[in-house]
Design a protein around this ligand. Structure first.
Ligand SMILES: [Zn+2]
Length: 115
């Protein structure tokens, strides 16, 4: 059963410990709703979690801005920032968020037709 690791991500991002061992690796937590972000201290995080702990396919409620209902997602820097998530998980989140986004879009449409 070797199919557990997301195939679209390099081996050195699979766990926090692997990323901490890679001097060039930088990870950032980003909220796409309010644009809040912070760089993750991989050394400090690795000291707190077990060696199998992974940031892949994780997200957490935004705490950057009071009242923000967005999700914080993790990205790793490899030339540009790339998502720490599998294609499969991205589709699940997109489907799960679709209801909320549809509401926002409906409000936008009401506003634009009122102009
Ligand atoms: Zn936010």
């Amino acid at each position: 059963m070797g199919a557990k690791s997301p195939g679209n991500l390099p081996s050195w991002v699979q766990t926090v410990h692997a990323m901490a061992a890679e001097p060039a690796c930088h990870v950032r937590a980003i909220c796409w709703t309010c644009d809040g972000h912070k760089d993750i201290d991989l050394q400090a995080l690795a000291a707190k979690v077990d060696e199998n702990y992974s940031l892949i396919d994780r997200r957490s409620p935004c705490r950057f801005t009071d009242g923000c209902e967005g999700w914080v997602r993790f990205m790793y820097l490899f030339g540009v920032y790339r998502h720490l998530e599998s294609y499969e998980r991205r589709e699940i989140w997109a489907a799960r968020d679709a209801g909320r986004n549809t509401d926002q879009r409906a409000i936008g449409q009401t506003r634009s037709t009122a102009c």
